[in-house]
Design a protein around this ligand. Structure first.
Ligand SMILES: [Zn+2]
Length: 424
């Protein structure tokens, strides 16, 4: 069968796509703390079970942040074909980040204006979730006799690491390669780009030690802030120039992230900040401790152990040069880089579908930061996974976030053609 009936079925669902996106935006699934997760999963369950999907509501009991007040609910919906074959799975996170300031529209109103739907989560990623549902429904109506299975999941907590969402499902076998063969995550990467993976990340807290004394006699103490100053000097003059020389073959966007990067996420030294409303002066003390949190993003060409050794060597160098220098290092978080092969079936299929719908070659990109692919890849052991969806990445987490209606329709067309290619 030609592509035309399927793409016509998508075009005919344009209004449905818009109203579904608006309905999803109107359920404020704010994370943290994780509001209305049950409500959005129940809404999607009602919709998809009416279309013949077998649905499962799964609470990530015991996962980080799961509580009776804010339970971490996930939905997995599966529709079997008429004969054996592969399963194509669309995974979207249903949580959104805080609203923030600067909105000129109602963040949970789902307002439609100038061909766009506005609201928190419009682009990241309720528009993508809606597009995947419309794609699946159009495919099922036009190709009832298909092989394999179509799965749609809406998962919790991507914005806070995904442990109550995709990680939990992966731990419980939902992304086992025997069960699911192709995964598309409709994150807002632009409708003509295929995101193959992400850089790695390592967070560590470094604490320098000192000795408290009166601020008028600092020579009687030992300043942890001055020790940290020496660490920062070494980072500034030696480590940053070195990291700039480490370039990657990964097609990371934006360009500036096509190398190793380091951010110092925070610094705290000396006495703690007083409560708001305290009107007195601070006390004069030599700081006995100072802490920084490092956010190191690394490349597929780098080894995580080498990334850690770089920092340890730097600290040992400072120790050798500075009398009284002592430190502790606490590792907080790590994810290794991942990049799906360009020849993987889901990549080739999506590339071909983009060419048919948009009449242009796709761009292949890699994300500077991680997203849920990390859990599918590492816990689920499934390598055939990409991010592809409508929306402009830069708008994510911003005030007046929006998703273009034409973009949603086009990417739903691409997703539907992928289903046809892999299952029909
Ligand atoms: Zn997202």
């Amino acid at each position: 069968m030609s592509d035309a009936p399927l793409l016509e079925a998508i075009a005919a669902r344009r209004d449905d796509l818009v109203s579904l996106t608006r309905a999803l935006i109107r359920i404020p699934t704010l994370n943290p703390p994780g509001r209305n997760y049950h409500e959005i999963c129940a809404f999607l369950e009602a919709r998809l079970s009416a279309k013949g999907f077998r649905t499962e509501m799964i609470r990530a009991t015991g996962a980080p942040a799961d509580s009776d007040r804010y339970p971490r609910w996930n939905l997995v919906a599966r529709r079997e074909g008429t004969r054996p074959g592969d399963c194509v799975h669309f995974n979207s996170h249903h949580d959104v980040v805080e609203v923030g300031h600067g909105w000129t529209t109602d963040p949970f109103g789902g307002e439609v204006k100038d061909g766009r739907v506005y609201g928190r989560g419009a682009c990241d990623m309720k528009g993508g979730l809606a597009a995947s549902i419309i794609a699946a429904e159009a495919f099922l109506d036009t190709h009832p006799d298909f092989a394999g299975a179509v799965e749609i999941s809406a998962t919790a907590d991507e914005e806070s690491g995904g442990y109550g969402g995709v990680a939990y499902l992966a731990q419980h076998g939902y992304f086992d390669p025997a069960r699911v063969q192709h995964v598309i995550i409709p994150e807002p990467l632009n409708k003509d780009r295929i995101c193959l993976g992400h850089r790695g990340v390592w967070w560590a807290e470094i604490e320098t030690k000192g000795r408290i004394a009166h601020g008028s006699m600092p020579f009687l103490g030992d300043s942890a802030i001055r020790h940290m100053g020496a660490v920062l000097h070494e980072i500034e003059t030696v480590l940053y120039p070195y990291l700039a020389t480490k370039r990657t073959e990964m097609p990371v966007v934006p360009e500036g992230a096509r190398q190793s990067t380091l951010n110092i996420n925070s610094i705290h030294g000396g006495e703690p900040e007083q409560d708001e409303g305290y009107t007195g002066l601070p006390a004069p003390c030599v700081a006995d401790r100072c802490r920084i949190v490092l956010d190191r993003r690394f490349l597929i060409e780098e080894d995580l152990s080498e990334v850690k050794d770089e920092i340890r060597r730097l600290l040992e160098k400072v120790r050798a040069e500075r009398p009284g220098f002592d430190y502790e290092i606490r590792e907080l978080f790590e994810v290794v880089p991942t990049m799906t092969d360009r020849d993987a079936p889901v990549v080739r299929s999506t590339a071909a579908a983009i060419e048919r719908v948009l009449a242009r070659q796709p761009d292949y990109v890699v994300s500077p930061g991680t997203y849920d692919q990390k859990h599918i890849d590492r816990i689920g052991r499934l390598k055939n996974c990409i991010a592809y969806g409508p929306g402009i990445l830069d708008l994510a987490h911003q005030p007046d976030e929006w998703v273009g209606i034409d973009d949603m329709v086009d990417s739903a067309g691409v997703m539907a053609l992928v289903l046809k290619d892999l299952l029909a």
